[in-house]
Design a protein around this ligand. Sequence first.
Ligand code: PLP
Length: 424
Amino acid sequence: MQQQWIDRDVAVNWHPYSQMKTSTHLPIVRGKDAYLFDMEGNRYLDMVSSWWVNLHGHSNSYIADKVYEQLNTLEQVIFAGFTHLPAITLSERLLELLPSNQEKVFYSDNGSTAVEVALKMCIQYAYNQGKQKNKIVAFKDGYHGDTFGAMSVSARGQWTAPFADLLFDVLFIDAPTAENLEANKKIIAEHADQIACFIYEPLVQGAGGMLMHQAEHLSDLMVYCKSQGVLLIQDEVFVGFGRTGTLFAADQLTEKPDVMCFSKGLTGGTMPMGITTCTEELYQAFYSDDKKKALFHGHSFTASPIACAASLASMDLLLLDATQAKIKAIVESHYQFAEELKGYENAKNVRQTGTILAFDWETKSETSYFNRVQEKLFNEFMKRGVLLRPMGNVLYILPPYCTEKEDLEYTYQQILELLNNNDI
Ligand SMILES: *Cc1c(COP(=O)(O)O)cnc(C)c1O
């Protein structure tokens, strides 16, 4: 039965980030809380939050009810020339939670588009003032999405090689440490008058391998960029909505960004939506009697009312004391487990930021996404009923906030058993 569906799937579907000849794709028929279920009744603990999007568990009935209600009220309306209550309310509530300088909300439909909008805002901000700024600064090993602009500002590698000639030039700098502030400042100072913006993943560089840096070092760099008139785009697509232990990574930084990007956890992981927020100052550069100064960007499903309803419901849940307590409990459990991991020789660079725990699984071959240990570990964990999907040899745990303590403990136990297993 299951095999039939797998066969039908490969006959018609082309999966993301997959070499279709060598990959397999397991049909999932149901999800509840932290669990996913296959056709044979096996259950899997979703310890990657389904590609980092899920916050409150699968098939959350509170979100489902709110979405159903919205579907029966207004499912969609063109967002140019029209508006609707879910978008107004969501923007108001989100801005309330963001750094105080964030004043306007622009909707799109995924993380990559949220980034595209941010880049266009910053480049046109200069253009609308009669300046030409065409340089962008980004971190090495960053990831901001798969569309061309987002790809350009992300790390270059195997994935981007076919498109290398078509990607625009970016000044890549090292993620901040206590030592490299002066070197980074120098690069920025040399090009300051041509730099439109600096885009970065705050605190955790997710797809780059859950690389972490300290808030204090990023804050220093942000302060310097501000002093040089470089706009800051803070990509919280991954880290937003509680992942780092605070509501936003911004809550741990002393400097405020000019532009912020959100997606992934925005709807609690139920629906695609992207948001780009900005300051009043940036917005004012577009606000004019001159039509040409407008931001000419939009998507068919801009500010989807049902996605807004899902986000509002997810926000209700996120702000509950009970959810905040769960997040705190995950952070504390991870901390204990990280300490334990440090006693294992083959667990290198054990690192944690909030609910995100990661380490490098030491193997003979070099760290890379294409490293075979990935497949081996993935299969072993699946056999044990845990969905963990290493990036190369970087193993990370990213639980939905609803995860029960015993399920976390079970996951930790499986990791320790496999670390002790000499066949890996
Ligand atoms: C996933 C991700 C994106 C892209 O989001 P998509 O919805 O997958 O297009 C952008 N920035 C960061 C930091 C991400 O982790």
